[in-house]
Ligand binder design. Structure first.
Ligand code: IDP
Ligand code: MG
Length: 152
């Protein structure tokens, strides 16, 4: 079902250190997306290298993994209609200059290597990333009582 699309969103170590966890979760909650899983985790090097495997040949790969390991990350799964695409729009762009006010990156971030948040870029990456960061039993199975007020 389209309303059950899922994405992986992570607040990165700088987002945690800068006390943006509540603000970022608030935005996703208020939008109407459903929180399916969440944990504060100090990610291992192996997990991060696998997570960013597509970027392994980029010159910034080592720094990226180091940055993601520099503190805990809030790993989450969010669900809803078009959540992958809409989640990305809400997060903002990779290039700081393109991230518009109103997006999490646009409002809270200046430089590409410290951009506070990650979101899956496609349904395929979402599925891969959710499987990488969460065990199936960590995904909560519950019905949101607001469902019929959010969807027709
Ligand atoms: P995204 O986070 O907007 O999806 P990706 O292209 O998937 O961007 O890159 C993953 C992460 O790698 C970025 O969030 C950023 O931290 C880092 N990164 C991307 N491009 C650069 C760069 O040109 N210099 C330094 N770090 C970069
Ligand atoms: Mg990406």
């Amino acid at each position: 079902m389209a309303n059950c699309e899922r994405t992986f969103i992570a607040i990165r170590p700088d987002g945690v250190q800068r006390s943006l966890v509540g603000e970022i979760i608030k935005r996703l909650e208020q939008k109407g997306f459903r929180l399916v899983a969440m944990k504060l985790i100090q990610a291992s090097e192996d997990l991060l290298k696998e997570h960013y495997i597509d970027l392994k040949d980029c010159p910034f790969f080592t720094d990226l993994v180091k940055y993601m390991q520099s503190g805990p990350v809030v790993a989450m799964v969010w669900e809803g209609l078009n959540v992958v695409k809409t989640g990305q729009v809400m997060l903002g762009e990779t290039n700081p200059a393109d991230s518009k006010p109103g997006t999490s990156r646009g409002d809270f971030w200046i430089q590409v290597g410290r951009n506070i948040i990650h979101g899956s870029d496609s349904m395929e990456s979402a599925e891969k990333e959710i499987g990488l960061w969460f065990q199936p039993e960590e995904l909560a199975d519950y019905k949101s009582c607001a469902q019929s007020w959010i969807y027709e």
